[in-house]
Design a binder for this molecule. Sequence first.
Ligand code: PLP
Length: 362
Amino acid sequence: MGPQPREGILGIAPYVGGESKAVGQNRTINLSFNEGAFGVPPGARAAYAAVAGELHRYPDGGARELRRAIGARFGLDPVQIVCGAGSDDLIYQLCLAYGGPGTELVMSRHGFSVYEIAGIYAGCRVIKTPERQLTADVDAMLAAVSPATRLVFLANPNNPTGSMLPQREVERLRAGLPPDVLLVLDAAYAEYVDRPDFDAGTQLVDAGDNTVMTRTFSKIFGLGGVRLGWCYAPPGIVDVLNRVRGPFNVSLAAQAAGIAALAEPGWIEAGRAHNTHHRGWLAAELERSGIRVWPSEGNFILADFGTIEQAGAAHGAMAARGVIVRMMAGYGLPHCLRITIGTAEECAMVADILSAFMSAHA
Ligand SMILES: *Cc1c(COP(=O)(O)O)cnc(C)c1O
């Protein structure tokens, strides 16, 4: 018998990503990754090209300039920021550092699937708690906590459901957890939220030593391809992450592109305004066609077709026109499709295709 991985590793179901190309289509519109609607910020594209001649150099392992830029943009102390190769990188490091065999990780039933993968990899027992209306239920999460619980993950807003917990509910979650349980608030979609009762996580990070907020450049900043994320954490957790992370975990090109993306004038504001408008428009159009749409605070909507067959047929109807959206069977929502909010034209195309589809499949 050849080398065998640790116990549990072969029980991990590989992450199911979006498809990147529709079969037989020369032009695909990819609405399956929640990538920002506007592509790469122009300044980031230029900054990326400008470092091409420097790629023989190792990056700054401390990502100092990038952390300074993130801190300035979001009003945070750069000393409390750690960068990663995507926020997934930081999620893995947190699970490996704070979880492990004999520990438990709590997440909600339709929480982001990377928590489960990283948790099992670290050796944790992963406990998924029931939701209400596809929204994390704080009472259920607190009820699942045992002396073995070391980590609680909450994506807020959540992918793939789009649901969001108001700040007072997140505070109630933190207050109900033992102080030695690490709460990770994954705010990958924070920049899209325009509700006053939302905090991405900074308040709870600042309020103690046991909460971390993770963020990403993959969504509104349009840089999923360079792999760049960051977290804001209390000093003790920053210290741990800086011991365990890869010493050069963020590439030179990612650091350059990230700094430039942060400096792009009006980028976040334009992305958020576009998203709020078109998300509302597309949801209303689909509902008019008879499709249930769950409320979303992210740059995507979850469309509920009622049955697996109907969702599959709708997916097929879109693929036939070169539009790729995300199937949700891996999340236990096989009757739903997750659709990223793209450009105005892309939203109109989705609305047209699904309107025709619903007329034909009523
Ligand atoms: C997209 C996404 C991320 C970001 O992952 P990266 O590794 O930074 O690309 C993290 N959490 C959630 C909930 C997401 O949807």
